[in-house]
Design a binder for this molecule. Structure first.
Ligand code: PLP
Length: 382
């Protein structure tokens, strides 16, 4: 018998209530029944993003909303700054390049967070920079960036907006859009929102909407102005992903029921349990200081190939996690604890990692990591 476990940083597991909702017969998107669902979804999204602004919904993976964030706010030849400390920072840079935005890179060592003072210095030197692009959680390294501090800096620059990729962050870790004065926040369905891949989201501040008014970069499907106009009438410009939106309605209901505060506390507890377990096994964390509660990146022990850890977990333990990418390939493995994840998942995952490391010849005292995880779970409260 095979039973599969998914603890990858996207896609993530989906609660049965959401799966069932998405299995309901398709309704027509121009019918009042759909409009009513969308109306509720709009409110739920505002709660999740912690904003009074509308949250736009697109039928795409998260990258679609990232691309839209660039093409709707900027003009060809505009200057931007990209925080690049991993794979997804690179993505911002690549999108800017594709559209003729002159992005200068603020390189960050993988596993480290950006020092906000560097952003302050860069913007002070060149106030003509129109946008700062960053991740909130850089999924390829497990690092948490200091978004609140960065936002304080950018919000003092009237000609610059802060664009935050919250794709693997939103719904797992605090990111109050309005309170922190974030200008654009993008998200994707397949992470802490407990949905399949296929929906992308973007919310914009008043300042960002002013940029939209002046933007001349080409756009068609990802036209934020057009989508906003439709959304405020509980509609979308094009055929929406109806089943996913129905799942979204259910997921937002669950999020509201648990409450953001409790959700963030749950993620913090599971993340701490995972981190302590890895440390107890003698492993290092790839992000030793600025770690995100959405996922834990552990450095594979000397002589152990991180990719093999991932492969054995998948092939022999039916557990899918993620390996390292690019310069971190083979060096790390990443266990996600975002969305529909609970303490039993973590205990199971740590146990499977222990067995895998032992199979790979690493001296593990079986149960040591599990014990450390359980100590955290008992201490923090189950
Ligand atoms: C931080 C971050 N940004 C962007 C993306 C890209 O999202 P998608 O694959 O949904 O286009 C991901 C996906 O893993 C991510 O984790």
């Amino acid at each position: 018998m095979d039973k599969y476990y998914l603890l990858a940083p996207g896609p993530t597991p989906i609660p049965p209530e959401i799966l069932l909702r998405m299995a309901e017969p398709i309704i027509h998107h121009r019918a009042p029944v759909y409009e009513k669902i969308l109306q509720g979804v709009r409110e739920g999204l505002k709660y999740l993003f912690q904003t009074k602004k509308e949250v736009l919904i697109f039928a795409s993976s998260g990258t679609g909303a990232m691309e839209g964030a660039v093409t709707n706010t900027l003009c060809a030849g505009d200057k931007a700054v990209v925080v690049e400390g991993g794979k997804f920072g690179e993505r911002w840079a690549n999108i800017c390049k594709a559209y003729g935005v002159k992005a200068s890179i603020l390189p960050v060592e993988w596993g480290q967070a950006i020092n906000p003072a560097l952003i302050a210095q860069t913007l002070q030197k060149d106030p003509s920079i129109k946008a700062v692009f960053t991740q909130a959680t850089e999924t390829s390294t497990g690092v948490l960036y200091p978004i609140k501090e960065i936002a304080e800096i950018v919000s003092r620059c009237p000609g610059t907006i802060l664009v935050v990729d919250g794709i693997s962050h939103l719904g797992a870790v605090e990111l109050p859009m309005d309170e922190w004065k974030l200008d654009v926040v993008v998200a994707g369905s397949q992470k802490a929102m407990m949905l399949p891949p296929g929906l992308a989201f973007a919310a914009l501040s008043d300042k960002a909407w002013e940029f939209v008014g002046k933007s001349t970069l080409p756009k068609y499907y990802f036209d934020f102005k057009k989508e906003l106009k439709n959304l405020t009438q509980n509609q979308s410009a094009y055929t929406p992903a109806v089943s996913l939106v129905m799942g979204l309605a259910e997921s937002l209901k669950k999020i509201k029921e648990e409450g953001l505060e409790k959700i963030f506390a749950r993620h913090a507890k599971l993340a701490k349990a995972t981190r302590e377990a890895m440390l107890a096994l003698g492993l290092r964390l790839y992000a030793p200081q600025a770690y995100s509660n959405a996922l834990t990146a552990a450095v594979a022990p000397a002589g152990v190939d991180g990719q093999k850890v991932v492969k054995i977990l998948r092939d022999r333990h039916n557990l899918t996690i993620a390996g390292g990418q690019d310069q971190a390939k083979g060096k790390i493995f990443r266990i996600a604890h975002m969305g529909y994840v609970d303490q039993s998942d973590i205990i199971m995952a740590v146990a499977a990692v222990e067995m895998t490391l032992k199979e790979l010849g690493y001296a593990v005292e079986l149960g040591k990591g599990v014990r450390a995880a359980m100590e955290v779970l008992v201490k923090v409260g189950l």
